[in-house]
Write a protein that binds this ligand. Sequence first.
Ligand code: PEP
Ligand code: MG
Length: 295
Amino acid sequence: RCALPEQGDYGQISLSDGSRLELWANVASAAEADTARRLGATGIGLLRTEFFFLDQQTLPDEENQTRALSQIMAPMQGRPIIVRALDAGADKPLGFMPLGDEANPALGRRGLRALLAFPDIFALQLRAMLRAGRNHQLSIMLPMVTNPEELREARGILEQAHHTLEAAGQAHRWPVSLGIMAEVPAVALCMDGFNELADFVSIGSNDLTQYTLASDRSNPLLDALGNAAHPAVLELCRKIARDSLVPVSICGEAAGDPDIAPLLVDCGLRRLSMAPRRLPEIFTLLSQRSSHTHE
Ligand code: PEP
Ligand code: MG
């Protein structure tokens, strides 16, 4: 295994069909954002925020959340950043968000469902995002969306967050793009309903695979079954790329998997977001492949 290069320009590839392939980074810390910057990632395609809440007994206040997000965003100044709202569920209990026991947490109140059940926690996080992103090309992404109605409700809470900050004279990013993760098969199958409501879509292939193949992603005995290269998962990716009228990316682990990334490009995806350390290898692989199709 080669050591990770210190520096590089691994964010963009020109394909033989004239289109451009963009490599973005998934991050959850300032160190990862720094690696993403040094390796030339086009942007942050997924800033996960769960880490910040999991070890807290009480809800971190707006100042603390703003500060934590600002630190992660700083290295990627000048590049687009997609920050994801808290993706909590009964499988990762949070003291300040009592979801109750659930027999099937993966099918329960998680992601946006949980946020809509606790709108004050959601609004607080949105305010922190808007404040931290005030000098960034910020977008906000919602996890575990099922129906357009949920997105409409979330947009209302986001607008309210903006009004609250405005009334308080607090500097913040506005307007802001609001997008969804496509990780529930229903979203892939019914893109029409989201086209006029979502500003962008990002495929969460980890969960999309779990839900499409009815295969628990946390059960190692099912690892072989839960493969994003399954034709059913790829068909849903192809469908999203084809049916979406807004920008589409993919931010599940499959995007950084050398066996699967080329298949995703073949599905029509042109924006792959992955762990920063995956960038050099995926860049090299997909660049070689695009030059082969030239010959
Ligand atoms: C996914 O489901 O593919 C994803 C990127 O989100 P997470 O792995 O955080 O559920
Ligand atoms: Mg997910």
